[in-house]
Write a protein that binds this ligand. Structure first.
Ligand code: G6P
Length: 367
C-alpha cells in the first residue's frame, strides 16, 4: 500500500521519528533473544579467514561505512579499505582475493555502488551487501544480503536507513570479532547489551528537540557552517554537514577536529557557526581542546555531547545538547539522530522543499 505521513508535516520528520523502531527491528533480525548472541545467516565463506575488507557506498551510506571501519578495525582487528563507489570503481585497487567486499545501500540500485560491486567480484571478493530494499539489483548480485529493516524511506534525504545500516555493521563487527578471536564471549554479551539498549536511548533524543530548534535558529542565519568530530564522531559530522546542505541549501563542511588547525581555523569568526559532536570517552578531551581554540578565535559553538560531557561544555559553548550517555561503541548511532534533526529544523526555517530538495534524486541509477 501507499505510505502516508501519519500526521507529520514531512516524510523526513516522520522517518526521523522512526529511528528507535528501525534500530530495534534491525537488531532483532541479527541477535538471538535467548542467547543474546549475534546470529548471521549462513555464509558461503569463513569470517575467520577474511584477510581484509573493502567497503564502498555513496552518500550517507558511505558515512555509515566510515563508522563501520572504526568498528571493524578497532574491535574485530580486520584491515579495511574504504572509498566512495564513484572513485573506487575507477581506482583499480589491488584487492586481496578472498577478501570481503562490503557494499552499503538503501536502495540497492545506485549505479556507482553496483559498478563497484561488480568490480569487487571480478577481483575475487566475497560480496556482502547491507541493503534496505531486499528485492534489488545489488541483492541479486550479492553472495549475502544483510537487510536493514528500515521500511520504505520516502524523504530524498536519508535518515532512518543510516542508523539501521549502523545496527547491521555493529552486529557484523561482533560476528567477525568473535570469529577472529578479538572479542570474547563475555565482551560479546556486553556489546549486545549496549546495542539492545539503543532503541530506548534513541527515543530520549527527541526530548532535546527544543534545544535543537535553538541551534537551528543560529544555523539558519549562517551562510557557511563548520561541522567537527573525531574518531567515529567524524563521520557523524560528515552526515550532519551533508544533511544540512541537502535540505537547507546552506553550505556546510565537515572536518576532523584535529585537522582544523591545518586550514579551516582561518575561516573562524562569529559568522561561521561550529557544530561539534563530542560524546564522552577517549577522544573527548582532544576535541574539547580544539573547541577551546575555536572559541578563542570568536567561533560560536553549538555542541552535541552527552549527559556526562555536558558540564565541561557549559560556559564554553553557546548551546549544548546533552544526549543520553551510552558506550563509545554505540555513541555514533545516538549522535547521528540530532544532527539529522538539526538539518530538518533549519530546512523548516528556510522554507525549502524538505522531502524533495532541488536537483537531488532518491536513488541515482545513472552514473
Ligand atoms: C542519493 C540520496 C542519498 C543517498 C545516496 C545513496 O544521493 O539522495 O540520500 O545516501 O543516494 O543511495 P543508496 O540507495 O545507495 O543508499
Amino acid at each position: 500500500g501507499s505510505v502516508g505521513k501519519d500526521g507529520y508535516r514531512h516524510f523526513m520528520d516522520k522517518e526521523l521519528h522512526e529511528h528507535p523502531v528501525v534500530i530495534g527491528q534491525t537488531l532483532q533480525r541479527l541477535i538471538d533473544p535467548a542467547t543474546r548472541r549475534v546470529m548471521l545467516p549462513d555464509l558461503p565463506f569463513d569470517l575467520a579467514g577474511l584477510p581484509r575488507a573493502a567497503i564502498t557506498a555513496c552518500g550517507s551510506a558511505f558515512y555509515a561505512g566510515l563508522i563501520g571501519r572504526y568498528w571493524l578495525e578497532g574491535m574485530a582487528g580486520l584491515p579495511v579499505d574504504i572509498d566512495v563507489a564513484s572513485e573506487l570503481r575507477y581506482r583499480d585497487p589491488p584487492l586481496t582475493p578472498g577478501g570481503l567486499g562490503l557494499l552499503i545501500s538503501q536502495s540497492g540500485e545506485t549505479a556507482d555502488t553496483l559498478a563497484a560491486l561488480r568490480g569487487m567480484r571480478a577481483r575475487g571478493q566475497h560480496i556482502l551487501s547491507v541493503l534496505n530494499v531486499e528485492q534489488s539489483t545489488m541483492a541479486r548480485e550479492s553472495d549475502v544480503v544483510l537487510g536493514t529493516v528500515a521500511g520504505p524511506e520516502i524523504s530524498v534525504a536519508s535518515t532512518k536507513a543510516f542508523t539501521a545500516q549502523l545496527s547491521v555493521l555493529a552486529c557484523l563487527t561482533i560476528a567477525i570479532g568473535r570469529a577472529r578471536g578479538t572479542l570474547t564471549a563475555a565482551q560479546e554479551q556486553d556489546l549486545v547489551a549496549e546495542l539492545l539498549d539503543l532503541p530506548s536511548r534513541a527515543n530520549e533524543v527527541f526530548d532535546q528537540a527544543p534545544a535543537i530548534r535553538e541551534m537551528a535558529a543560529v544555523v539558519a542565519e549562517a551562510r557557511d557552517v563548520l561541522y567537527l568530530g573525531r574518531g567515529s564522531s567524524f563521520p557523524v559530522a560528515m552526515e550532519g554537514a551533508l544533511k544540512l546542505k541537502e535540505v537547507s541549501y546552506i553550505h556546510a563542511e565537515a572536518y576532523a577536529a584535529g585537522e582544523m588547525k591545518h586550514g579551516p581555523i582561518s575561516l573562524i569568526d562569529s559568522t561561521v557557526p561550529i557544530v561539534a559532536t563530542l560524546p564522552s570517552g577517549r577522544l573527548f578531551e582532544k576535541t574539547l581542546s580544539n573547541l577551546q581554540e575555536a572559541r578563542a578565535r570568536g567561533g560560536r559553538l553549538l555542541v552535541f555531547t552527552d549527559t556526562e560531557g555536558e558540564a565541561r561544555l557549559r560556559g564554553l559553548a553557546e548551546i549544548v545538547v546533552a544526549l543520553p550517555t551510552v558506550s563509545e561503541f554505540t555513541a555514533p548511532v545516538i549522535q547521528t539522530i540530532p544532527v539529522q534533526m538539526l538539518a530538518y529544523e533549519v530546512a523548516l526555517l528556510k522554507g525549502t522543499d524538505v522531502d524533495q530538495p532541488r536537483n537531488l534524486a532518491k536513488s541515482v541509477t545513472v552514473e
